[in-house]
Design a protein around this ligand. Structure first.
Ligand SMILES: NCc1[nH]cc(CCC(=O)O)c1CC(=O)O
Length: 311
């Protein structure tokens, strides 16, 4: 087996993910090396992702390297991946998912976000989190904080906000467990599609033997079914990471439950539905959920969101 070249962004979280994949490969006796690639999303730090346009800001440059064969696979946060990949690329594996919750992270341990008498400023850059806060906790003020986790924490320390609203997976992987002061409920803060899993992307021209060995070493089957359902939902909503849609699939050995919906940017309208079926129906369940959400007012919310973001 040749040495697998793993393409990744250079942020600390991206490198954690790449080394995680390298470890999974190594456990099956496959050697690899990590190749760092700069992306547009890494370079443009002063414009919100929602404004750059989410399509491929973190993936385009990686795909160029996959296409040229300079790297064999690219590793991404599954959450940051478009629901439909450009022709010639595919996700070949999803690693076992981490806990999917959103969390509040702060040096101040006395933050009670449910107490509407206490002013609170939360830093986040996700439209889903902002809209969800407006829906459940309208007393909380939000401020946009971008950049990697280390940058966000230093912005918080310099007083931009009291706390950060983040994914548990990223905070945990970066070693910030001690600063996690609240774990948010999955019913309120239903996560973004794919949150907590690492996706492995390849060119459709990747050698079949190499491809199957990589899958064998890294793919987690239950996570795969869950993300297939969630991503199928996202594909219909055409939601990149800038649109506040959310979905979370859970599964047993045979069955799959998919809950998800959409929330208006002002937080006023939040629609959520649940569908159930077998693991093999994952793709169909995503479409079924999308149909339910769109038919119960989601179509109107989606239209409003797109009109606002395109302004
Ligand atoms: N959008 C940025 C991003 N992409 C993946 C993670 C965290 C790790 C994960 O959810 O897989 C984060 C940070 C965050 O949302 O707090």
């Amino acid at each position: 087996m040749q040495n697998i070249k793993i393409g990744t962004r250079g942020s600390k979280l991206a490198l954690w993910q790449a080394y995680h994949v390298a470890d999974l490969l190594k456990a099956k006796g496959i050697s690899s090396e990590i190749v760092i690639i700069d992306t547009k999303g890494d370079k443009i730090l002063d414009v919100s992702i929602a404004k750059i346009g989410s399509k491929g800001v973190f993936t385009e440059e990686l795909e160029d390297q996959l296409a040229s064969g300079a790297v064999d696979i690219a590793v991404h946060s599954a959450k940051d991946m478009q629901s439909s990949l450009p022709d010639g690329f595919e996700i070949i594996a999803f690693t076992e998912r981490e806990e999917v919750n959103d969390i509040i992270l702060s040096h101040k341990s006395d933050i009670d976000y449910k107490d509407s008498d206490k002013p609170l400023i939360l830093g986040t850059s996700s439209t889903r989190r902002v809209a969800t806060l407006r829906h459940y906790y309208p007393h909380i003020q939000t401020v946009e904080v971008r950049g990697n986790l280390q940058t966000r924490i230093s912005k918080m320390e310099s007083g931009l906000c009291d706390a950060l609203l983040l994914a548990y997976a990223g905070a945990h992987r970066m070693g910030y467990d001690e600063l996690i002061i609240h774990k948010l409920s999955l019913d309120e803060f239903t996560p973004a599609v794919g949150q907590g899993s690492v996706a492995i992307e390849a060119s459709t021209n990747l050698d079949e033997g190499i491809r199957s060995q990589i899958i064998e070493a890294t793919h987690h089957e239950a996570t795969g079914y869950r993300l297939t359902a969630e991503r199928s939902y996202l594909r219909v909503l055409e939601g990149g990471c800038s649109i506040p849609v959310f979905a979370l699939a859970t599964c047993t050995d045979t069955s799959l439950t998919l809950k998800g919906g959409i929330v208006s940017l002002d937080g006023v309208n939040r629609i959520i539905h649940k569908v159930e079926g077998t693991l093999q129906e994952a793709e169909m369940l995503g479409k079924l959920l999308a149909e339910k959400v769109l038919n119960s007012g989601g179509d109107k919310i989606l239209k409003e969101i797109k009109a606002t973001l395109n302004k």
